[in-house]
Design a protein around this ligand. Structure first.
Ligand code: FUB
Length: 325
């Protein structure tokens, strides 16, 4: 793999969630596919209907495609759009968390279970009660408590949930025009990883004065692509700013926040969306992300890439100078 080459080229892949399970690096991406649906702000062109899982022994080494791990036809509550997934392990089982539209067209988060990291995964018959919107990301802390982060505005419908109920009329507002920005949500997960066991709360991101980021702060506020990782005892919440196309992060002493804005990780890539994960593998830290270079810029036909990251003495994230070969 040369610097910034796609790691997979035989299928289109996006939204990579990376985890190390049993000493191997696993990537759980969206599986983009060709469609005749026109580009729009709803994201209808992101019309994915299954998931593949990929693994590798080394960054830069051969990538194994484990084939279809879960497909839409096998999930009773889903109508369409299997968007960005994530995975977790607990008590010897593996869990694939995924967003999709239910039969009413409302995005929910589902979970599917396997004995193996590569699946196949058996979906629960209903979405996770109390879940909504898109882009689930899980984090299992050192004490075993698991958390589910989620949310995305515009096509991800987060703006429809400001009252706690789904309000279709709020869809076209897209996001609050003033005041604190809409932000990601977080809740604790049950021991069996299939239910939320706490209230869904805001992932608050504050500025240098300790004030929540404003909705007008498009370069820094949350849009979608939540991710949580821990480094040196600190919790790093990272995300996409959506219409300004940055990957940014914020840090906290608690997985529930509030998180202090920390900076940018990645500048805009080719294509509208940017979405990532961060994981440590064999002593190095990596950013897993996508762009649309493989399709020469088609927004919904993306490819996963990897770049090494480093932390400076203050724990700030930087892209490493030397990138994986
Ligand atoms: O892949 C579909 C959507 O595009 C994801 O859910 C968003 O994060 C964006 O990458």
């Amino acid at each position: 793999m040369a610097d910034k080459d796609p790691i997979v080229t035989h299928v289109f892949t996006a939204d990579p969630s990376a985890h190390v399970f049993n000493g191997k690096l696993y990537i759980y991406p969206s599986h983009d596919r060709e469609t005749s649906i026109k580009n729009n702000d709803n994201g209808d062109q992101y019309d994915m209907n299954d998931y593949h899982v990929f693994s590798m022994e080394e960054v830069g080494g051969p990538v194994t495609d484990h084939g279809i791990a879960l497909k839409q036809d096998d999930i009773p509550w889903v109508s369409k759009q299997l968007w960005a997934p994530d995975a977790a392990t607990k008590n010897g089982k593996y869990y694939l968390f995924f967003p999709a539209r239910d039969k009413e067209g409302i995005f929910r988060v589902g979970v599917a279970i396997s004995d193996k990291p590569e699946g196949p995964f058996k979906p629960e018959p209903e979405p996770i009660k109390g879940s909504f919107s898109i882009d689930p990301a899980t984090f299992v802390d050192d004490d075993g408590q698991a958390y589910l982060y989620f949310g995305g505005i515009w096509g991800g419908q987060l703006q429809c949930w400001t009252t706690g109920e789904f309000v279709q009329e709020n869809y076209s507002i897209m996001e609050a025009q003033e005041g604190p920005a809409l932000t990601a949500k977080v809740a604790k997960l049950s021991e069996d990883m299939t239910a939320l066991t706490s209230e869904v709360q805001d992932v608050v991101i504050v500025d240098e004065k300790g004030k929540p980021l404003l909705s007008s702060d498009h370069d820094r506020r949350f849009f979608e692509a939540a991710w949580l990782h821990k480094y040196n005892g600190k919790y790093y919440f990272s995300y996409s700013t959506g219409d300004t196309h940055f990957l940014c992060y914020a840090t906290s002493d608690s997985p529930l926040g509030p998180f202090a804005y920390g900076g940018r990780i990645l500048d805009p890539v080719i294509g509208w969306t940017t979405h990532h994960s961060i994981a440590e593998f064999k002593g190095k830290w990596y950013l897993f992300y996508h762009d649309a270079s493989l399709s020469k810029g088609v927004n919904h036909l993306r490819c996963v890439k990897i770049r090494e990251i480093v932390y400076d003495a203050e724990g700030k994230i930087k892209l490493a100078e030397a990138q994986p070969k």
